[in-house]
Write a new protein. Structure first.
Length: 255
């Protein structure tokens, strides 16, 4: 027969077991608190959030969506929970997005960020999307609606195109110089007017280099006086020497 442990030994073992149990309770409590905090952040986030799980049969299933997803897209997501990404968003089928998400879920590739348009009979928009792995075979997708920004960018691009066309038709070009009068930017139309390409001008020529030599110093002094006073000059008529040596007259404005 073995030696029976003393009362003190049994008591010590019991205290050890009790401490292990208490530690387990604290760990469980801490994990629950962390889970509650995460859930609170997701629910209150102004950014739309989706959660997907990649099943063993390769189905990528939507497992959750926060209230901001409902608000941003204008649709309730409860009926979409449990559906595959292709079922929930059928117009993604012809894109590489579902496969990209699967690769992120498998951790074959890292975090992805992209902009994408989407449209079906429920909603339409342009979105900035972030997708990243949370746990193995699980991903989170954050997105915001950037439709207004894209619309503004498109309108600005159209205005720039119209301005560029008008500049070409009127032989008008804009330019910028540094404190010494060296060109730092010029519109491509400068080549039509002077015969010099932007590459030949920027960083190589001063704005007064086009002025005929007999009046160059006078024009240079007058222009720098305006620059130093942070003033402006408008529709100053004057000649400019083209690359071929011919003279072209124009109106110059600057500030």
């Amino acid at each position: 027969m073995g030696i029976k442990p003393s009362y003190e030994t049994l008591e010590r073992r019991i205290r050890v077991l009790e401490s292990i149990v208490e530690a387990g309770k604290e760990t469980k409590k801490s994990l629950q608190q962390q889970e509650d905090l995460f859930r609170s952040i997701v629910q209150s986030s102004p950014i739309a959030m989706y959660f997907y799980e990649l099943k063993s049969d390769n189905r990528l299933v939507l497992t959750g969506a926060n209230p901001s997803a409902d608000r941003i897209l204008g649709i309730p997501h409860q009926s979409l929970i449990g559906k595959t990404i292709e079922e929930a968003f059928p117009n993604l089928v012809q894109t590489d997005i579902p496969e990209m998400y699967r690769q992120v879920a498998r951790r074959k590739i890292g975090h992805q960020n992209f902009e994408v348009p989407y449209k079906d009979d429920r909603f339409e928009g342009y979105y900035n999307v972030h997708v990243f792995s949370t746990l193995e075979n699980q991903i989170a997708v954050n997105f915001v609606d950037i439709s207004d920004r894209r619309k503004m960018e498109e309108e600005l691009r159209e205005k720039e195109e119209r301005f560029s066309l008008a500049a070409e038709q009127s032989h008008t070009f804009t330019w910028e110089v540094d404190a010494k009068g060296m060109y730092t930017y010029t519109h491509p139309v400068i080549e039509q007017v002077t015969g010099f390409s932007p590459a030949a001008v920027v960083g190589n020529m001063h704005f007064y280099d086009f002025t005929p030599t007999d009046i160059r110093e006078e024009f240079k002094a007058a222009a720098f006086k305006v620059f130093e006073a942070r003033g402006t000059f408008r529709n100053m008529e004057g000649p400019a020497v083209r690359r071929d040596g011919s003279i072209v007259w124009g109106l110059i404005s600057g500030s």
